[in-house]
Design a protein around this ligand. Sequence first.
Ligand SMILES: [Zn+2]
Ligand SMILES: [Zn+2]
Length: 352
Amino acid sequence: MQAIVYPQPNEFRLQDLPVPSPGPDQVLIRVRSTTICATDFKIFAGQFPGTKFPHIPGHEWSGEVVEVGSRVAHVKPGDRVGVEVHVGCGACPPCLNGLYTLCEHYGDVSRGHAHIGFTVPGGMAECCAVPARAVHRLPDPLDFDEGAFTDNIGVALYAVERGGLRAGEGVAVLGPGAFGLLAVQVARALGAGRIVLVGTRQERLRLGRELGADEVVNAAMAADPVAEVKGLFEGKGPQLVVEFAGTEAAAAEAIQMARRGGRVVLAGATAPGRTLQVDLSLIVRGHLDVHGSLANPKAVSARGLELISRGVVKVKPLITHHFPLEAFGRAWEAFRTREGGAYRVMLHPAGT
Ligand SMILES: [Zn+2]
Ligand SMILES: [Zn+2]
């Protein structure tokens, strides 16, 4: 089978490899749709601590089950599935609480942990064997491209739920990338009141408006984006702020614009070394709940897929490019340079 391999950091090649055979608790999947995301740049550059080279990347993908291991019962060959990236050991305290993204045996394959496309081979290959616990059967209306959002939709849904959104509340979403635009739609689906999307790229903000944001604020053009957002909520700010912008400045602004007594979910900046500069009285005297949100535990992806299948969350507008696997280099450049307004660039390792 053909696969994209990073032999060492900052290098890739298309390589012919034997098709993996699934272990007793694994499924072998023929990969139909797999996207490139910004995290792939970190993995490629060797900045992700758990990744060992040579490495097959790919962590946002879907396909059909080809073969199942002897102990696998919940899926069968022919099933169409989407893949959730984090698989915990299943036995440590966080895993037992459903927080398998916080597994205490991260990276330990012998204990059953897998971070697909990060610590174990991923879906930028014609076939990929993964723990059966990672896969969700795709609801019938979903195609493989939509199924490739299995992980992304879980991340967005979890962040909004972590913020405890209640129907009718005002929401600000910072960062109009794929996660931000999914968060806007999830908030709308969960009954949010006014939704304001904040970003710096006009075309992305425009798409956000089409997908459910009532107002947009261009932080690059506004003299004081925090004041502008607060002004859209009677000067008090939204009850919930969800940050997917991934910068220190946006995290600080998220806290500054939240309504007193409100909630802030910081989900964008996941790399170590980022620090927050913020007036602590905003949190303490503002009585804010400030949450960190890491990825998508608690099988939230399965519920997210349901939202996509019902059409209340649309992912197709986020897919801007399609390439075969052998055009990986071109796909990478299209995504890196945001060619033609690239959002999610889709590769099709085993054809469409
Ligand atoms: Zn990703
Ligand atoms: Zn665990």
